[in-house]
Write a protein that binds this ligand. Structure first.
Ligand SMILES: *Cc1c(COP(=O)(O)O)cnc(C)c1O
Length: 373
């Protein structure tokens, strides 16, 4: 806890998952060491980027890949790439899009807010977001109608827990766009475990955050077809200058990709399941609480813990319990439930150390009197 006492920072237990306002993720030792080594060295950035681009493409099984500052910037630069290609003139002109196609079609439920609206990441490139369908759903006909505009530059789709409503299969939406010759960008920021699945939708570009489950320093990973990826990288001579990856981020991504390639995902998944089962058993034994696992709606390989509170038995509702966990020291940060009106909280245990999970259980025990059988 050196950092926290040095700078007077609040000590927290982050049970919210890879949440940007709480520092997103923990990097493992190999990544930390690689980043530290990078900080004191000069490198030819172009060489380093080339190495990372090749490693990323290999990792994703894509034609090409490149690293930019973060996924928010990756979205802006992917949209820019579809407007400019590798034209130096167009790249220099952005965000002035005079003479370029500039409508970015996206389903209304995919207009997510991950700290700012994704539509602003689109507008930063000079493009204009055009939503189709409703928050509840969109059909392939809705997409066809949106894509029929003469000035469409790309279709933007999102794969995230944040997506609202249901709608067409991603691969079907991609096929509709491709039939019209429109390229497709898929934002899969937290979906690094599912990159191959997102690429199999046929998307031209997929964007993923290095710093979420992959555990690199902040970085936006862009993978996909060679031409649009080259056009993303070419933005470094334009608006991408303000969205570049640092040398330590690129080196950290290389180290994190190596670590992931060596990870036994089946074993990791089992460890997560065991950790969750143990927590659910212990938390569920407390008076006024029912605990259970909730699968990730996007198909990530782990579950979260749901705590349901019975206000009559525990003397507090879910919101009061969340506030009480928040107010202690360390401050325990959990997620509100997503089912309307339900007295529930969600916890993600993936990056937590055993002692932190013990602290959460102990705090719940203090706040809710234990069951006396
Ligand atoms: C986190 C997130 C982003 C932003 O990623 P950064 O790397 O933090 O810029 C974009 N889209 C979705 C769906 C996210 O979850």
């Amino acid at each position: 806890m050196g950092l926290h006492s040095t700078y007077g920072l609040t000590r927290i237990i982050n049970a919210r998952g890879p949440y940007t306002p709480l520092g997103v993720s923990r990097s493992e030792d190999g990544v930390t060491a690689a980043v530290a080594a990078a900080l004191s060295e000069f490198v030819v950035m172009e060489e380093l980027q080339d190495v990372a681009d090749r490693a990323l493409a290999r990792f994703a099984g894509a034609e090409a890949g490149t690293v930019v500052h973060c996924t928010a910037s990756a979205i802006t630069l992917a949209v820019a790439a579809t407007m400019t290609g590798e034209s130096a003139e167009r790249i220099a002109a952005l965000p002035d899009t005079t003479g370029m196609p500039r409508a970015v079609v996206l389903p209304a439920g995919h207009a997510v807010d991950y700290g700012h609206p994704i539509t602003q990441a689109v507008r930063l490139a000079g493009a204009v977001p055009v939503t189709v369908g409703t928050d509840e759903t969109y059909t392939l006909e809705d997409l066809e109608a949106g894509l029929a505009r003469p000035d469409v530059t790309c279709l933007l789709l999102v794969s995230s827990r944040l997506v609202r409503g249901a709608g067409a299969e991603l691969s079907e939406a991609v096929a509709v766009a491709h039939r019209r010759g429109v390229p497709v960008v898929v934002d899969g920021a937290a979906q690094d475990f599912r990159i191959d699945e997102l690429l199999r939708t046929g998307a031209d570009l997929v964007t993923v955050s290095g710093q979420k489950y992959l555990g690199s320093p902040t970085a936006g990973l862009v993978v996909g077809r060679a031409d649009p990826v080259a056009a993303v990288r070419a933005q470094e001579r334009g608006i991408g200058r303000a969205m570049k990856a640092s040398k330590e981020a690129v080196i950290g991504v290389l180290a994190a990709l190596e670590a992931r390639a060596e990870l036994d995902v089946a074993q990791w998944k089992q460890q997560q399941a065991d950790k969750l089962a143990d927590f659910v058993t212990r938390a569920g034994a407390l008076r006024g609480i029912t605990a259970g696992p909730v699968p990730d709606p996007t198909g990530l390989p782990f579950e979260r813990a749901r705590i349901e509170v019975d206000p009559a038995a525990s003397g507090m509702d879910a919101a009061a319990l969340e506030r009480a966990l928040y107010s202690g020291s360390p401050s325990i940060r959990v997620m509100p439930g997503c089912r309307q009106g339900a007295q529930e909280l969600l916890l993600e245990l993936v990056p937590l150390r055993p002692a932190e999970i013990d602290t959460i259980v102990a705090r719940l025990g203090e706040l809710l009197p234990g069951r006396q059988d």
